[in-house]
Design a protein around this ligand. Structure first.
Ligand code: NAD
Length: 256
């Protein structure tokens, strides 16, 4: 099994459709021991049974914008796992609904700050706490989307946040490489999840992507998960600072 004897934290499960949950299920199948966080009480009701279904005793509330709540999660890693941490899945993003439609030009200062703090800085905040516990080396992955590189209608401020996230992956990978801690991003094609529903026109995006992609279909969430687990495992030991596309080839096509 790819992740036997490894312990990892999963940030970003909202429900059974979350990409983080698909990665967690595959990681559990590959022998990992997992810890989960949830954003608030409303989501706890969904996350707790999922975590318990993969025998995870470490479940903690964590708003990634709260240093106190982040510290609390890593305190639980110290107490329950003796400080051993091998990997982290960061699968967190948020932008105000009004900033995921219309023109990017209209993004407010507050909307910009929120999107960048939740969707990009949170990776840095997590890495700061995770790296010191990865004494045997480790792997951090995050989730991104091609709207960081090219203009995608309505993706707007989230595209800017994903560009910051991808640059953060490269800088973190450089800072942590001498500890053998790797940092990578999976750039997923469109997948129907709670967050995706917040993007105006997401249904059209799904249909158009399937028409245009070289594989003539959308990517399956399990394919994103498999790549995530590969990046968490020692099979990817030579890969860091990378953005790996799992999008049925969509990003390789020019819009002509
Ligand atoms: P999702 O809604 O299931 O997951 C998003 C998660 O972010 C939720 O669990 C939510 O609780 C969490 N979150 C939001 N604000 C938070 C905060 N302040 N603190 C802690 N957690 C917070 O949707 P998803 O599609 O699984 O999204 C996961 C990641 O995948 C996101 O980064 C998203 O941008 C990325 N992604 C999604 C797609 C897609 O088409 N669904 C494509 C490419 C990349």
């Amino acid at each position: 099994m790819l992740l036997s004897e490894k312990k990892g934290l999963i940030f970003g499960v909202a429900n059974g459709h979350s990409i983080a949950w698909a990665i967690a299920q595959e990681a559990a199948k590959q022998g990992a021991t997992l810890g989960f966080t949830y954003l608030n009480e409303a989501l706890e009701r969904r996350v707790r049974p999922l975590a318990e279904s993969v025998n995870s005793p470490l479940i903690a509330r964590c708003d990634a914008c709260s240093d106190e709540e982040l510290d609390e999660v890593f305190k639980m890693v110290d107490e329950q796992w003796g400080g051993q941490l091998d990997f982290v899945v960061h699968s967190i993003a948020f932008a105000q609904r009004e900033d995921l439609q219309g023109k990017f030009l209209d993004t407010s200062r507050d909307g910009f700050k929120t999107a960048l703090e939740v969707s990009a800085y949170s990776l840095v905040a997590v890495a700061q706490r995770a790296a010191s516990r990865m004494t045997q080396g480790g792997s951090l992955i995050t989730l991104t989307y091609h709207g960081s590189q090219q203009v995608v209608p309505n993706y707007n401020v989230m595209g800017v946040a994903k560009a910051a996230l991808e640059a953060s992956v490269r800088y973190l990978a450089n800072d942590l490489g001498d500890q053998n801690v790797r940092v990578n991003a999976v750039s997923a094609g469109p997948v129907k999840t709670l967050s995706a529903k917040g993007i105006r026109g997401f249904g059209d995006m799904l249909k158009n992507s399937a028409d245009v992609a070289p594989l003539k279909r959308n990517v399956e969430i399990a394919e994103v998960a498999n790549t995530g687990v590969f990046l968490l495992s020692d099979y990817s030991s030579g890969i860091t600072g990378e953005v790996l596309y799992v999008d049925a080839g969509l990003n390789t096509k020019a819009c002509v």
